[in-house]
Design a protein around this ligand. Structure first.
Ligand SMILES: *[C@@H]1O[C@H](CO)[C@@H](O)[C@H](O)[C@H]1NC(C)=O
Ligand SMILES: *[C@@H]1O[C@H](CO)[C@@H](O)[C@H](O)[C@H]1NC(C)=O
Ligand SMILES: *[C@@H]1O[C@H](CO)[C@@H](O)[C@H](O)[C@H]1NC(C)=O
Ligand SMILES: *[C@@H]1O[C@H](CO)[C@@H](O)[C@H](O)[C@H]1NC(C)=O
Ligand SMILES: *[C@@H]1O[C@H](CO)[C@@H](O)[C@H](O)[C@H]1NC(C)=O
Ligand SMILES: *[C@@H]1O[C@H](CO)[C@@H](O)[C@H](O)[C@H]1NC(C)=O
Ligand SMILES: *[C@@H]1O[C@H](CO)[C@@H](O)[C@H](O)[C@H]1NC(C)=O
Ligand SMILES: *[C@@H]1O[C@H](CO)[C@@H](O)[C@H](O)[C@H]1NC(C)=O
Ligand SMILES: *[C@@H]1O[C@H](CO)[C@@H](O)[C@H](O)[C@H]1NC(C)=O
Ligand SMILES: *[C@@H]1O[C@H](CO)[C@@H](O)[C@H](O)[C@H]1NC(C)=O
Ligand SMILES: *[C@@H]1O[C@H](CO)[C@@H](O)[C@H](O)[C@H]1NC(C)=O
Ligand SMILES: *[C@@H]1O[C@H](CO)[C@@H](O)[C@H](O)[C@H]1NC(C)=O
Length: 598
């Protein structure tokens, strides 16, 4: 982990700039002078980025797997300050099939955003990872569209058009004659390959049989294809090597959109493989130009902060020089590298122009005050908060009359791990987008201890990475083995994917349990990433004189395997086997990142 003092960093970047180090200074049209910035630009659970510019505004989408709302859309005017403006997938009716996803690695994969003749398009694949590779039911390919990306609070996207393709990472390209082509990574029935076919984007109808464009350079899993047209021909950019340490970006070129494509002699064009750079797994790139004509690449990367990657795959930005007739050069070298400390010809610093400025920028603090009043509804919940799979909305209520400015959650019978198949646990959370942070919520939860039905009812805060990996700090009604009476406890349970049984400690975490006085119904709960490898869980009893923060236990981030997704932190309730009878009221959810810690 690296702590960067802002002042020191500014001085160093100035020195770097004076020394003429930035390789991009040679870019065709400089945007003022080279400026410094930090990667990732979109931090925390922001994999498989795809970005475009429309006029002076930049837009990106990332993969969301089982999170709902899904496919977050981010915007920026300076490529450094990003703000989420909405979600492509925001209404359950758009994709009821999301509820059927039953694997942690399934759900929404790799979206691509494009803008054509006034319409925004997002292509993506809903992946049923439990199904056999070749099953036609494994890949549900989709195209969403909108003419106004700001409409309906950023949630104005169409229902998807479904189209048939035996694979994933689908992306659109329109040639000058208006023909739309889908490029995608075909499932490995014979051999892995990048395929292409013509499509009617309005209906999803295929207008030609798929053809193989390129097999890549021989790396694992050729995927993430994007086609770009330049004056001298068509360029195909893909990812190879798998999304792990061997990840890389390779390119090929053809005089014809349909090929044959010839691989670049100096592939890969971008990778951090076989280096000891802090950012690893760099790949799955997209390219766009800024307002001054400079090219930029975005890609996913993970930080080597612990043995695993608690924040999952994140979005990095790399300056690109792309001369006509040549392959692009990423960050001044072939292969290009992505670093935390970068310089490039950035646009002038400007906040995004989203109307609702109460919304936090990526990597900045958030304070959620649930609205009250007669019109308060779930649609007032900030767009950064997500459920896991499609929720049972009837279990969530914003500000019931007795409890203004709260979110009431009636815990489902499912615990957060769930049954392994289909099931809806009742939790809502946001992305961890800083290596160190403090998140808190006030919880009012008063199970009637005289009523045996409340046994095991629980509510609190969770640090969640996947069904089998989460740390839950909950107030819970438990029966005392000796007295046989129900008592109130605050408990941290740690669930790890490599535990031999659900509920077992992972060997590093420290679960804990503390009895609570039965009259303490209101608590402030805290989840803190104290460093890259440790989460601390604590509470403060409200209204109790001389109360102080008490640590209940620790969760080990090193046991949290980044996998495909990233970490969420938020609020949950569960009846642990039966539908809870006790309402849990949450208020003042706060998230305070420690900035400039990598
Ligand atoms: C999980 O999903 C796969 C693919 O849809 C399906 O084949 C399998 O039966 C499902 N498993 C459960 C436990 O629901
Ligand atoms: C947008 O999506 C809708 C499906 O919801 C489809 O009917 C319509 O044709 C699409 N429009 C365009 C321009 O692709
Ligand atoms: C569209 O796909 C179907 C099913 O794969 C195939 O039978 C048909 O020939 C394709 N249409 C065209 C025009 O290639
Ligand atoms: C891709 O590989 C397959 C199998 O080796 C081969 O038949 C095909 O010709 C290759 N296609 C291209 C475009 O290189
Ligand atoms: C491009 O492909 C078309 C159709 O296959 C063919 O007629 C044409 O000659 C090709 N052009 C070049 C430059 O390869
Ligand atoms: C990394 O090194 C391995 C082993 O030498 C090699 O097979 C692989 O191609 C290298 N990857 C990249 C992207 O250079
Ligand atoms: C990640 O960091 C650890 C500890 O510094 C180091 O041992 C390991 O080699 C690094 N991994 C890579 C891929 O550089
Ligand atoms: C970024 O630069 C700062 C200041 O020079 C340095 O302390 C830090 O270690 C660098 N981070 C990485 C990951 O290289
Ligand atoms: C969570 O729920 C599942 C399914 O009901 C159950 O098998 C598992 O034991 C529960 N885990 C805990 C720790 O309660
Ligand atoms: C989990 O995995 C780690 C690293 O492989 C190991 O040290 C630890 O003992 C394992 N924990 C359990 C409970 O198996
Ligand atoms: C992280 O914090 C925990 C709890 O304070 C401490 O035990 C551990 O040594 C720290 N780890 C590092 C790498 O600083
Ligand atoms: C919980 O309530 C739902 C309706 O909200 C019902 O479908 C389900 O069967 C109940 N589960 C249990 C275990 O009682």
């Amino acid at each position: 982990m690296h702590r960067i003092a802002r002042a020191t960093f500014a001085v160093l970047s100035l020195l770097t700039a004076l020394a003429g180090v930035p390789a991009v200074a040679a870019g065709r049209v400089a945007h003022s002078k080279s400026k410094s910035y930090h990667n990732p630009i979109i931090s925390g659970f922001a994999p498989d980025p795809s970005c475009i510019r429309v006029d002076a505004q930049y837009f990106c989408v990332t993969s969301s797997f089982s999170a709902f709302p899904g496919i977050p859309v981010y915007t920026s005017r300076d490529l450094v300050q990003w703000q989420q403006i909405g979600n492509v997938l925001s209404r359950p009716e758009q994709l009821p099939q999301l509820a059927l996803v039953n694997q942690t690695t399934g759900g929404i994969w790799a979206a691509t955003i494009r803008h054509h003749e006034g319409v925004f398009y997002v292509t993506t694949t809903l992946v049923f990872d439990g199904a056999p590779q070749l099953s036609p039911t494994r890949w549900d390919n989709l195209i969403f569209n909108t003419t106004d990306i700001w409409a309906n609070n950023g949630n104005g996207w169409s229902d998807p058009v479904h189209f048939t393709f035996q694979g994933y990472d689908t992306s659109l390209f329109w040639d000058d004659d208006g023909t739309a082509y889908v490029q995608g990574s075909h499932a490995w029935h014979v051999f892995p390959a990048i395929e292409q076919f013509k499509i009617d984007v309005r209906t999803g109808e295929n207008l030609s049989e798929p053809i193989i464009l390129w097999n890549g350079t021989g790396g694992l899993a050729p995927e993430a294809p994007h086609v770009f047209k330049r004056t001298d021909g068509y360029y195909l950019m893909i990812a190879e090597g798998g999304t792990g340490l061997g990840h890389m970006v390779t390119m090929a070129k053809s005089p014809n959109v349909t090929g044959p494509y010839t691989g670049y002699a100096n592939n890969p064009v971008l990778t951090n493989a076989n280096t000891s750079e802090y950012l690893q797994t760099v790949g799955h790139a997209d390219l766009f130009t800024d307002t001054a004509g400079n090219w930029w690449g975005v890609a996913l990367a993970t930080r080597n902060a612990t043995a695993n990657y608690p924040m999952g795959r994140e979005t990095v930005l790399v300056p690109v020089v792309w001369e006509e007739g040549q392959f692009p050069v990423f960050n001044g070298a072939t292969p290009g590298r992505a670093y935390v400390n970068m310089t490039g010809p950035l646009p002038a610093s400007q906040r995004p122009t989203f109307s609702d400025m109460k919304d936090p920028l990526v990597g900045r603090a958030q304070h959620v005050v649930f609205p009250s009043g007669p019109h308060a509804s779930l649609s007032d919940i900030p767009r950064q908060l997500v459920y896991y799979r499609l929720p049972d909305f009837s279990r969530f209520t914003v500000s019931p009359p007795s409890h203004p400015n709260t979110l009431r959650i009636m815990g489902s019978a499912e615990n957060i791990t769930g049954t392994g198949g289909i099931g809806t646990s009742t939790f809502i959370a946001r992305r961890q987008d800083a290596l160190e942070f403090t998140a808190e919520a006030t919880l009012e939860f008063a199970p009637k201890l005289s009523d045996p039905v409340v046994e095991d009812e629980e509510a609190g805060m969770t640090l969640f990475i996947q069904r089998t990996q989460h740390f839950d700090l909950g107030v819970v009604a438990l029966r005392d083995a000796t007295s046989g009476k129900l008592g109130k406890f605050i408990r941290l349970r740690t669930f790890s994917a490599n535990s031999s049984a659900d509920g077992m400690n992972d060997g590093y975490s420290q679960p804990g349990i503390v009895p609570l006085p039965s009259n303490v119904d209101k608590l402030r709960l805290r989840v803190q990433a104290v460093n890259a490898s440790t989460y601390a869980f604590s509470y403060l009893a409200s209204g109790v004189r001389s109360s102080k923060w008490t640590i209940v236990g620790y969760g080990a981030a090193r046991e949290v395997s980044g996998g495909f997704t990233g970490t969420l932190v938020g609020m949950f309730a569960t009846g642990n086997g039966h539908n809870s009878t006790t309402p849990a009221y949450f208020s003042d959810f706060t998230y305070e990142p420690v900035e400039n810690v990598y």
